[in-house]
Design a protein around this ligand. Sequence first.
Ligand SMILES: [Zn+2]
Length: 331
Amino acid sequence: MPQERRTLTVTWQDAEGTGLNRLTVRLRWLQIGAGAVLAALLGTVVLGAVAQRLQRESAALYTRQRAVESERNQLARQLDEAQAEMEQARDSLVQVRTEEAKIRSWLGLEASPREELPPVPPGEDIAGGKGSLGDEGLEAVSPGARSAEAEEPSGLPSDLGLVAASRSLAADLADLAVYVEKQKEGWDAIPAISPVDGEHWVSSAFGWRASPFTGAREFHNGLDMAGRKGTPVVAAANGRVDQVFDDSALGQGLSIDHGNGIRTIYGHLEKVLVRSGERLSRGEPVGLMGSTGSRSTGPHLHYAVKVDGQYVNPRNYLLDRTQPGTAVARK
Ligand SMILES: [Zn+2]
């Protein structure tokens, strides 16, 4: 059945009212026209929405980009600061290393083989970068790269990193501290101070003399230090009380074992203040000056120093500031 051609006819009078105008439009065209208008309207709405959304998204992207840029600038600043700090740390390390070398030379120690801190080649930062956050810079400061470099055997100066250099310095200083500690222990066990803590004078020196009792030549194996009765007598060095005695000739007294074969003896005391076996520090009171024993003519301390069983001149051990040139004897 052939499709009926439906039409829409509009008639109207013209302005002068003289004739009748007529417009006949096929209904089909009218439908198509309406559809096109609708489609255009719809299109406008959809496109507007899409455009709006795109605008929103691009604004968000812009904000994000700004944030990333700011973050990147901040990181670059932090890297610069870190590098400046590294430079300072390196300078301090060089200074400490110099001081360490000085102390070693004072102590007569050989210089550490790890002495030299490698110089930084010009144009290369400690961190390995140039303050740039580019791929190269980031790669250069990656932890893996640094530790691999640090573990490499030395030889190439720039290969020794700051961390490795400071570790080596710390190890050297620890060695030095152990050495100095041992030296100090040895030093503290040397009878270097006067055993009389108070006013006194040497009434009889070490060596051959005429006996104050018989007038005959005799060997005086110590130093007689005279003073007021009751003047404190102190340990001349760190040690352990070896023996407390009451001898017919030396009277009341004691001996102290300082280790390394060194022993000090204190005689004619009025009173002994320590017990056998007691540990003593240098300068600790051990008794009071007196005149006990048969070989005493007045209040004085008979002070003797024995090294490996032999009496030595106590003067050689005394650090006497009133006598320039008196050195502490070494074994
Ligand atoms: Zn004496």
